[in-house]
Ligand binder design. Structure first.
Ligand code: DAH
Length: 336
């Protein structure tokens, strides 16, 4: 009997290779597992066997039966998956889809190029940073209430995930001194509840200009010039007073919402304006902490929301799309 079973398994294994369709599968299944199959025949003989043989062959028959079932089903699946690739026609013209840059990358490069043309150098800093650079060097000491505005991811090693690209300001001042005209695009993190306009991971671009006699008019001129280039048209902007411990005075620069053209939509919270770019004159304490004499020099800084800008430019009304990795959306920005 054991020889016969061995032979049966060998034949079934061989024949399983010829399963190319569901019909083949059904035929072979019926041949090896059907009521009139060899295996069924052997199984029906079990009642005539000695109790020792029963113990040996009972489980063996079942094992073979299960193995056949799996083997045939696997071959069918293989054939079905394989048949999909057979629909590939090698004579078709080459698909020219090489993927595309992420909308935030596109916007980030655009803005940095504009700033580069305006004489800014481009810096980059660490995403994992220290409390000192992210807060203290920016005039936000421990227990300052402003820390509440930026719900921070603290790490076990005592560091944090930077909540703002402003974390680079002190490094830039210390490393390059005056005159300073630098920008730093990068990923920032905050422990936010997700909704259409909040993400825990987003991109900012920090700008920092320090020299003699830098004033608010330099700030406005630079921002307007940059946004005009980004949107390729004059956009409506407004400045409101804003509070940031590292600025004095501080502003919120708003841009008319390009998704609804100012009519009101979920992204702009029905206000018609998008808070685009907090900015301000660099606080004297921040200058001093960066080794710069605040009685001789002044500067302005801004923290442009690149993620927001990308949403405005591409009329994306839900921020969650950007980090979703959903190609159906992202493919639309097929710019290389
Ligand atoms: N870092 C601030 C934030 O993320 C934004 C900001 C405000 C940056 C004022 C600046 C600035 O450079 O001057 O909320």
């Amino acid at each position: 009997m054991q020889e016969k079973l061995k032979d049966l398994v060998a034949r079934a294994t061989e024949e399983a290779k010829s399963i190319h369709s569901e019909a083949d599968y059904l035929n072979i299944k019926s041949k090896f597992l059907g009521k009139k199959s060899e295996l069924a025949e052997y199984m029906s003989q079990i009642k005539f066997m000695s109790s020792e043989d029963k113990k040996l062959f009972g489980p063996l028959f079942n094992k073979i039966k299960n193995e056949f079932e799996k083997l045939f089903a696997d071959k069918l699946e293989e054939a079905e998956n394989g048949s999909e690739t057979l629909t590939f026609d090698p004579t078709l013209p080459v698909n020219d889809n090489h993927g595309s840059l992420h909308p935030v990358t596109i916007v980030g490069r655009e803005v940095t190029n504009i700033l580069k043309d305006m004489g800014f150098m481009i810096l980059s800093g660490p995403e994992m940073d220290s409390e000192y650079y992210n807060f203290e060097a920016l005039n936000v000491p421990k227990n300052h209430p402003a820390r509440d505005m930026q719900d921070t991811y603290w790490l076990d090693n005592g560091m944090l995930l930077r909540t703002q690209t402003s974390a680079l300001q002190n490094r830039a001042m210390r490393k390059y001194g005056i005159p300073l005209k630098a920008c730093a695009p990068g990923r920032c993190f905050r422990n936010e509840d997700l909704d259409a306009s909040h993400e825990n991971t987003f991109f900012q671009l920090e700008g920092l200009v320090i020299d003699k006699d830098i004033s608010i008019s330099n700030l406005i001129y630079t921002m307007e010039g940059m946004l005009r280039e980004v949107f390729k048209k004059d956009v409506n902007v407004r400045l409101r007073p804003g509070f940031f411990p590292f600025t004095e005075p501080g502003f919120e620069l708003d841009c008319s919402c390009t998704i609804c053209d100012g009519k009101g939509c979920p992204t702009c919270k029905n206000s018609g304006w998008i808070e685009l770019c907090p900015c301000g004159m660099v606080h004297p304490n921040v200058l001093e902490e960066g080794g710069i004499d605040s009685t001789k020099y002044s500067g302005f800084a801004f923290g442009l929301g690149l993620t927001r800008l990308a949403m405005m430019k591409y009329k994306i009304n839900d921020i969650r799309v950007l980090n979703s990795g959903d190609l159906r959306y992202l493919e639309d920005f097929n710019v290389r």
